[in-house]
Design a protein around this ligand. Structure first.
Ligand code: ADP
Ligand code: 5GP
Length: 188
């Protein structure tokens, strides 16, 4: 059976950290690389974290129905899951892991149902979420405020996911995430 693991959370809750760990632990997992119109951060490269494309290219892909789902996650920043990416990985017999915003995660779960296991990462508190975003030092003030504002809304959707994982102590969260994935992928 084709399988996908959907990791979602407000920005700064720990998606990237946990997804990277799971990719290391499970060799049959592959990351679904999304398309985005946001600029690459230092150390990000095209085709690895994202396919970095222009807004024109993104709009062309929308018109061509190339996305399973897409969102304007932040003002002028589009992100989308490509049909071609999912088809390619499944055709290679891989299981797929997604790092995706809350709305996108709900959409994927609705489409893929039992093929998908969705995990909502919850920060221990709102204050800690802010602190993690600040410490990451990747956002300017405006972007930081946008992300924090959105996080308040996103936390309201936690009950709609298969599992809510509180990302407090990192080692414990990583072990918990591993167990969930191992069970879903039926790995002994
Ligand atoms: P997201 O991908 O959800 O935006 P990140 O994985 O980039 O979040 O995590 C945000 C920041 O918080 C990063 O600097 C990361 O190293 C840190 N972080 C993640 N999980 C924890 C944790 N359990 N305890 C402390 N810091 C964490
Ligand atoms: P960042 O800019 O921090 O990499 O990501 C911003 C947000 O966009 C994160 O919540 C991330 O999970 C989400 N995201 C990444 N790819 C996709 C995608 O393909 N679709 C949707 N809906 N959200 C995505």
């Amino acid at each position: 059976m084709n399988k996908m693991i959907i990791i979602t959370a407000p920005s700064g809750a720990g998606k990237t950290t946990i997804v990277k760990h799971l990719l290391k632990v499970f060799p049959t997992l592959s990351f679904s690389v999304s398309a985005t119109t946001r600029a690459p951060r230092p150390h990000e490269s095209n085709g690895k974290e994202y396919y970095f494309i222009s807004t024109d290219e993104f709009q062309q892909k929308i018109r061509n129905h190339e996305f399973i789902e897409y969102e304007q996650v932040y003002e002028n920043q589009y992100y989308g899951t490509l049909h071609a990416e999912v088809q390619r990985l499944w055709s290679e017999g891989r299981s797929i892991i997604f790092d995706i915003d809350v709305k996108g995660a709900l959409n994927l779960k609705k489409i893929f149902m039992n093929e998908a296991f969705s995990i909502f990462l919850k920060p221990p508190s709102f204050e800690i979420l802010k602190e993690r975003l600040l410490n990451r030092k990747t956002e300017d003030k405006a972007s930081l405020n946008k992300r924090i504002k959105k996080a308040k809304l996103e936390l309201k959707y936690q009950d709609k996911f298969d599992y809510v994982l509180i990302n407090d102590k990192l080692e414990i969260s990583l072990a918990e995430a591993e167990n969930l994935v191992r069970t879903f992928l039926e790995i002994q």
